[in-house]
Write a new protein. Structure first.
Length: 303
C-alpha cells in the first residue's frame, strides 16, 4: 500500500530529533553536515506537510511545540527502524563482497587457479570462495545464470551476454606415447595431424574448439575425426600414454608428463596453436570486491 504524501521523509524526521536533542537548529545542522539554511528549509518542509509548527525558535535555541513533541515521539521508532535497515543492508553488502563463486574451464581450474587462489587469500583472507569446474560452454552458462560472478574460459567463441577479457596465453601441443612413430621422428605435418583420428575432449571443450578452429582456418572444409572422446584431461593423458592414439592438449596440462618422458610432444609444422585464455562476466556489470581482485591477480600473474 503506497504511503500518504503527507508522510515526511526520513531526513526531515532525523533532523527534528537532532534539534530536540541538541537544543539548537545550528548545532543539529552541523551534526548532519549541512548548512543552517538547508536545515531550516527541511524543517519548513516538515511543518508544511503536517500543517503546523514543530519548533519554537527562542533566543536560547529551539524547542519542540506540542505537535513537534508528538511527531518526534512517533518518529523515533521510524528512524530507529531505518537505522536497522541501513545496518542490515551494510551487512548484506559485506557478505556479498566476502563470498565469491567462480567458474573455470578444466585446464585453468587445475593448472592456473591454485596459484591465483593463494594470492587472493593473501590479499583478501576473509573471502569464502567456491569453484565450479567444467568446459568453456558450461562456464559461460554458469556466469550467464548468475551462478558465478566471474568465469575463466579457453574457448575462442563469443558468448552473447558476456564481456570477455584476455588474462593469459597458452599453447596447445600434440602428445603421443614414446613408442609412437611421431615421437621417433620428432615432427608431424599439419596434413598428417588433420588426417589422423585423435583422442579428444567432449564437444564444448575450449581446447577442442580452439584446435578445430585453428585447423579449419588453414584447411577449409576440414572435418575432424575422433578416435576416442573423454571428459577429462587426465583420462586423455592416460589413454595417450597407453598407446591409444595422439591428442592435442594444453602445454600447461602435459608439462610434467613430457618432463618425465611418459608423453612426447612432436613439433607441428604449418599450424599455429597459440591461444588466449579469457575472463568473462555479464555484459554491463562491473567487477567489484574479490571478483575484481581475482581478475587483477590473473592478469598480473600471467603477463
Amino acid at each position: 500500500m503506497p504511503l500518504s504524501p503527507r508522510v515526511p521523509d526520513l531526513s526531515a524526521l532525523d533532523l527534528l530529533l537532532s534539534v530536540i536533542e541538541l537544543g539548537s537548529l545550528g548545532r543539529a545542522a552541523q551534526a548532519h553536515g549541512i548548512s543552517q539554511p538547508s536545515a531550516s528549509s527541511r524543517i519548513r518542509y516538515l511543518e508544511k506537510l503536517v500543517g503546523m509548527p514543530v519548533l519554537e525558535r527562542t533566543t536560547l535555541g529551539s524547542r519542540p511545540t506540542a505537535a513537534g513533541s508528538l511527531i518526534a515521539e512517533w518518529a523515533r521508532g521510524v528512524v530507529h527502524a531505518a537505522e536497522q535497515l541501513d545496518a542490515g543492508i551494510d551487512t548484506l553488502r559485506a557478505q556479498r563482497h566476502s563470498q565469491l563463486r567462480v567458474a573455470a574451464s578444466q585446464t585453468i581450474a587445475e593448472y592456473l587457479f591454485p596459484g591465483w587462489l593463494m594470492q587472493l587469500r593473501a590479499a583478501a583472507p576473509g573471502t569464502a570462495l567456491a569453484l565450479e569446474s567444467g568446459n568453456s560452454v558450461e562456464v559461460a552458462k554458469a556466469v550467464l545464470d548468475r551462478k558465478a560472478a566471474i568465469g575463466f574460459i579457453e574457448s575462442p567463441q563469443h558468448f552473447p551476454g558476456l564481456a570477455a577479457h584476455q588474462v593469459a596465453r597458452d599453447r596447445l601441443v600434440v602428445v603421443v606415447a614414446p613408442s609412437h612413430r611421431w615421437a621417433r621422428r620428432g615432427t608431424v605435418t599439419l596434413d598428417e595431424l588433420a588426417e589422423t583420428p585423435l583422442i579428444q575432449r567432449e564437444s564444448g571443450s575450449g581446447t577442442r574448439t580452439w584446435f578445430e578452429n585453428a585447423v579449419t582456418r588453414v584447411r577449409k572444409g576440414w572435418s575432424p575425426e575422433v578416435a576416442l572422446e573423454l571428459s577429462s584431461t587426465t583420462a586423455i593423458k592416460t589413454a595417450v600414454a597407453s598407446g591409444a592414439g595422439p591428442a592435442v592438449l594444453s602445454s600447461l596440462a602435459v608439462a610434467p608428463e613430457i618432463a618425465a618422458g611418459t608423453l612426447v610432444s612432436p613439433t607441428v609444422t604449418g599450424l599455429d596453436l597459440e591461444r588466449v585464455l579469457r575472463a568473462v562476466w555479464p555484459t554491463g556489470d562491473r567487477l567489484t570486491g574479490p571478483a575484481h581482485d581475482l581478475y587483477a591477480i590473473a592478469r598480473r600473474d600471467t603477463t
